[in-house]
Write a protein that binds this ligand. Sequence first.
Ligand SMILES: Nc1ncnc2c1ncn2[C@@H]1O[C@H](COP(=O)(O)OP(=O)(O)OP(=O)(O)O)[C@@H](O)[C@H]1O
Ligand SMILES: [Mg+2]
Length: 274
Amino acid sequence: MDKKLSSPVLSIENLSVKFHVENQTVEAIRGISFELYPREIVALVGESGSGKSVTCYSILKLLPKYASVSGKISLNSKKLRIDNILKEDESTLRKIRGNIISMVFQEPSAVLNPLLTVGEQIVEAILAHQNVSKTKAKEIAIESMRKAHIPEPERRFYQYPHELSGGLKQRVVIAIAVANRSEILLADEPTTALDVTVSAQILKLFKHLKEDLGLSILLITHDLGVVAEVADRVLVIYKGEIVEEGNVFDVFDNPKHPYTKKLLESRPTISDII
Ligand SMILES: Nc1ncnc2c1ncn2[C@@H]1O[C@H](COP(=O)(O)OP(=O)(O)OP(=O)(O)O)[C@@H](O)[C@H]1O
Ligand SMILES: [Mg+2]
């Protein structure tokens, strides 16, 4: 897609995050800027501690109070335009979180309530953001489960999270985002806890959501195979700075930054696996 034809749904400008803990300051993010366009998957890759999760939490303004955050995060969604998310209060943030911007974590069990059926949880999320009846919410929930490729949604609706596999639980989290017509999905290592086959199915689902529903997905991963499989663009983050950005093929074929070269060299080869 020609990016110039559309405007970004999310723009991050010069974002910096510092944590002050016990007289020490950790500079987690050092002035990063990037854009997320409608209908694209952008991979954010980097080693442990490089600032990937902190970037996600900043976008939803979910950082602890002792963090100092500066920069600008603009939202240009169909539902709402916000000049700088970082300046918004809780009431506006509640309209954004789980509604315009949803997050998918490594462990779906961490976000699903074990005491409620998956149907109850999807319906609850719909009623929190949409002015519809319970009956209509149930319809939307089933339809969203179908869009998240959950087989037999009418039956699954009445099941508890522990009755579902890890892959299906992750699909329930994704169904909640779909139910509220989220435009942006922040996915922080969403397939790390899943086996290879299930992981591939979730990635396929992400591609469908992008193509069919026009979602923009920021996909955090350690796995360069995942990047090659689904991402349109890649951002390489190193010690809180974006050191490389570009089309996946360009970056993989011609890495510029020494860290990216090292990352690509450390990919397991067929001979390592067999
Ligand atoms: N709540 C916090 N309080 C203090 N420091 C934090 C906090 N969260 C993150 N950090 C620090 O910020 C830096 C970036 O952390 P972040 O969690 O974003 O890394 P990451 O790239 O997501 O790593 P991983 O791949 O291991 O998940 C690290 O140095 C981390 O220790
Ligand atoms: Mg992380």
